[in-house]
Design a protein around this ligand. Structure first.
Ligand code: ADP
Length: 492
């Protein structure tokens, strides 16, 4: 088939801008696609961390006042830490400001987010119309939803479009009154367009106009079609079942391998776990915790939000301490959860540490230094933390949902016998479920041979990006060939 370019439109990119797994995916998937021969480029907002890093700048298009954000330039650039070409929408009025990618330093969403990410979508259409060969748009999450709308409605020859849902709980909703500021034709202001329960949803736009929808694990693809689990989009998603697939995310083992991880005191592998013991000592010493060989050290590295089941964890802290668990939590998010964790860390100072904030280096040391990582999510589209935990020999304790269900094999008696167990999985959606699985982990941990077998089975799992890259590449080819079942407007 003739060459084509896949344009990924995404609002985060590790290591420059990252609030969660989206940034990891944006850095790894395009590179994995390129490795299998796909021509890929990434379009990003010009946040300060991005514009500082870009080189080989070539301006493709400019505007004096883009979406009320002042002068803007759409540039073709290179980013040293990204192995594929990039386009950056350099518009200081929209993107150069303190705070995170979506919110100010106090965590308050920027008031012009609708214009910021409408501008990103508009820029995606400008990239498409400047491309001489064939091109396909791959939009990630709500922030890129309007790229699909602008590409489908604003171009004489609309490209095929794929939208990937990384988390349906973030629909990117705004007041209906802002429609006039989005640069879309009036026809889009309807239930057959961007309208969503009387307001506007950027994710809905991305889904409605896409030819194909993907999400980041097979189980999550089914869950989000169920009532109450699709964030209000379940009806649309169920009607698109034929053009909705779950493709499991991968791990970037270049950054996440204990054999080569520069954040650890010593490397380790399944054949030689002595470096893991050093990581444990380094972690406990750094956090001022006493080092006891028999203690079971449990780690949590997470955004602190209801989705992640942090309240179940907090409810379980007295039980965990009573059962000899040392708990290390790194994260930031909901102020109430942060406050409760701080209180408990204070009350149980010998056994619980809470490190509030975001710390990439410490997240690696925790993965390596603990016995087990806990991910008790209410729902989890894919989850990366449990995949890192497998590789770092820290069998995870997870709830059976979304990508956690697809990646972790519970240490049931049968799975232990067949040597396939990699972690501890619970069903119940409460603290009791977490405690039940933790109890089983504690028992397994007492038997060194059993534990090491589970560790080694987990460490041997390969969740690299290649299978995902191949699945996306095959999907792109089907869409460009026209061999694809019709999706997009009219199909719903
Ligand atoms: P989500 O995207 O919902 O946050 P994932 O498990 O897919 O969840 O990805 C989370 C990513 O963010 C992982 O790379 C994890 O290590 C990282 N992360 C989350 N919180 C922190 C933190 N406080 N410090 C460092 N890394 C974090």
């Amino acid at each position: 088939m003739p060459r084509f370019r896949a344009l990924h439109v995404v609002s985060e990119l590790f290591p420059y801008v990252k609030t969660g797994g989206l940034g990891d995916v944006a850095a790894a998937l395009p590179v994995a696609l390129r490795r299998i021969g796909c021509d890929v480029a990434v379009l990003l907002p010009g946040y300060p961390a991005i514009t500082r890093a870009m080189t080989h700048r070539r301006t493709l298009w400019r505007d004096d006042d883009l979406f009320q954000g002042g002068p803007a330039e759409l540039c073709s650039v290179r980013l040293q830490r990204l192995g594929v070409p990039a386009y950056v929408l350099d518009c200081p009025g929209l993107f150069e400001r303190p705070g995170g990618p979506y919110a100010d330093e106090d965590g308050k969403d920027f008031e012009d987010n609708h214009r910021r990410f409408a501008a990103l979508g508009f820029a995606a259409a400008r990239v498409v119309e400047r491309q001489s060969g064939r091109i396909l748009v791959h939009a990630h999450d709500w922030q890129a939803g309007l790229a699909v709308a602008h590409a489908k409605l604003g171009l004489a020859k609309p490209p095929p479009c794929v939208t990937t849902i990384h988390n349906v709980a973030y629909p990117g909703t705004f007041d209906r009154a802002v429609f006039a500021e989005l640069g879309l034709p009036a026809e889009a202001d309807s239930i057959h367009g961007v309208e969503f329960y009387g307001g506007i949803s950027f994710l809905k736009a991305g889904l409605y106009y896409a030819d194909h929808i993907t999400t980041v694990s097979p189980t999550y693809a089914l869950e989000i079609q169920e009532p109450g689990q699709g964030g209000g989009l379940e009806g649309l998603l169920a009607s698109r079942a034929a053009t909705l697939t779950g493709i499991l995310n991968g791990v970037d083992y270049a950054h996440w391998s204990p054999e080569s991880d520069g954040h650890l005191p010593a490397p380790f592998s399944a054949d030689d776990l002595s470096g893991k013991r050093q990581a444990r000592i380094a972690l406990l010493e750094r956090l001022g915790l006493t080092h006891r060989n028999d203690a079971f050290v449990m780690g949590v590295v997470s955004r602190l939000i209801a989705q992640k089941g942090i309240d179940w964890l907090i409810d379980s802290i007295p039980w965990l301490v009573e059962h000899g668990v040392t708990l290390v939590v790194l994260g930031a998010g909901d102020r109430d959860l942060e406050r409760r964790l701080s209180n408990d860390a204070h009350c149980y100072a010998e056994h619980v540490r809470f490190i509030r904030g975001y710390d990439e280096a410490l997240s690696h040391l925790i993965q390596a230094g603990v016995d087990s990582m806990a991910i008790p999510s209410r729902f989890e589209p894919c989850g990366l933390t449990q995949l890192y935990a497998l590789r770092y020999g820290s069998p995870p304790i997870v709830r059976r949902t979304g990508g956690l269900a697809d990646t972790i094999v519970d240490a049931s008696p049968e799975a232990r016998r067949s040597g396939t167990a990699t972690g501890f999985v619970f069903e119940r959606a409460d603290g009791e479920g977490l405690r039940e699985a933790t109890y089983r982990a504690l028992v397994a941990h007492r038997d060194r041979a059993t534990w090491e077998r589970i560790q080694r089975t987990g460490m041997a799992q390969d969740f690299g990006w290649e299978p995902a890259a191949r699945a996306y590449h095959a999907l792109y080819r089907r869409l460009l060939d026209g061999r694809h079942a019709p999706g997009g407007p009219g199909a719903t």
